[in-house]
Design a protein around this ligand. Structure first.
Ligand SMILES: Nc1ncnc2c1ncn2[C@@H]1O[C@H](COP(=O)(O)OP(=O)(O)OP(=O)(O)O)[C@@H](O)[C@H]1O
Ligand SMILES: [Mg+2]
Length: 289
């Protein structure tokens, strides 16, 4: 291979590229076994009290998406610093600006509609990896910031309506949503919205009710309550996948330096002309056949 630039970061422990259709490693379970999720066709909601580890999980997912050559990133981060390190490789990075947030969600809705029109024209119901259309991974750090804090009431309502539409219809069109909230309450996460998230992760919660709002009604009464996670055990959560039973996990955590290294590597992999598939035979590239 004729490389003209060197990889800027040595030692990023990954192969040449992942896929958003691959299982995503997000941590370990109580037996130390790896826990994977598949986001191509499912959304994820992370809820729990401040400092529980929600943004840590979002960053782990963002890292997989960044290294996935078939993924593009759209980031909404009211705090700017939670997902800020991925800004350079994101198609859109929205800070505390409701007008920009609404514009990007409207645009995503249009892309989603176009993709459905395309699928319909081909007599299909969902996108697959073979379609070679990018999975657009949408990460929202703090739903409540956009739906209840910034902007006018009308703008907040439009934000909720657009987000709900994306969560409801985006999956099959390759537009999964990963969203976090430190306010798991009925006004922020109504049941009808909660149930659209195929994966839900409850980090430490202060009441069984807020744990139930994330996981689903009745789980706390059956012994699955995120109130039993000690405040010192950051990154521990109950994860439920559609139709399953909650599972206690410890999310993987990337330090700021590790994120910087991965983002750097991802930017290099994504450089213009960097994703071309080699043609010819190994002999043509100077390698033994
Ligand atoms: N999986 C983890 N393993 C170990 N430590 C973690 C993990 N996740 C988070 N932490 C620690 O907890 C701190 C807070 O985590 P994080 O920022 O993800 O919380 P949060 O739920 O997003 O909080 P907030 O609601 O305030 O945004 C981190 O800075 C880190 O020190
Ligand atoms: Mg956070």
């Amino acid at each position: 291979m004729n490389r003209t630039t060197a990889a800027p970061t040595a030692g990023v422990p990954v192969g040449p590229g992942l896929s958003m259709f691959d299982p995503i490693f997000i941590g370990i379970d109580e037996f130390g076994q790896p826990v994977y999720i598949t986001l191509a066709y499912r959304n994820l909601l992370a809820g729990g009290e401040p400092g529980g580890g929600k943004s840590g999980l979002l960053n782990t997912i963002a890292a997989h998406a960044a290294l996935s050559v078939d993924s593009r990133l759209v980031l909404l981060d009211g705090k700017l610093v939670e997902l800020g390190q991925w800004e350079d490789i994101a198609d859109a990075f929205i800070g505390p600006d409701i007008t920009a947030a609404l514009a990007v969600l409207r645009r995503l809705q249009q892309v989603m509609n176009n993709r459905y029109a395309w699928l319909r024209a081909h007599g299909r119901r969902k996108l697959t990896a073979a379609d070679r259309l990018s999975v657009i991974t949408v990460l929202v750090d703090e739903i409540a910031f956009f739906s209840a804090t910034v902007g006018s009431k009308q703008e907040q309502e439009e934000f909720v309506a657009l987000l709900r539409d994306l969560v409801a219809r985006g999956r099959a069109a390759g537009i999964p949503v990963v969203a976090a909230t430190q306010r798991p309450s009925f006004d922020i996460i109504p049941t009808s919205l909660r149930d659209l998230f195929g994966y839900r992760a409850a980090f430490r919660c202060t009441t069984p009710n807020s744990s139930n709002i994330v996981l689903g009604h009745g789980w706390a009464e059956q012994g699955y309550s995120a109130t039993d996670i000690p405040p010192t055990n950051q990154g521990a959560a109950y994860l439920i996948a559609e139709g399953g039973t909650p599972r206690r996990i410890k999310a993987a955590y990337l330090s700021d330096a590790q994120i910087a290294g991965i983002a750097d590597y991802a930017a290099w992999v994504r450089r213009p002309g960097g994703l071309t598939t080699p043609t010819g035979t190994p002999a043509d590239w100077g390698m033994a056949a």
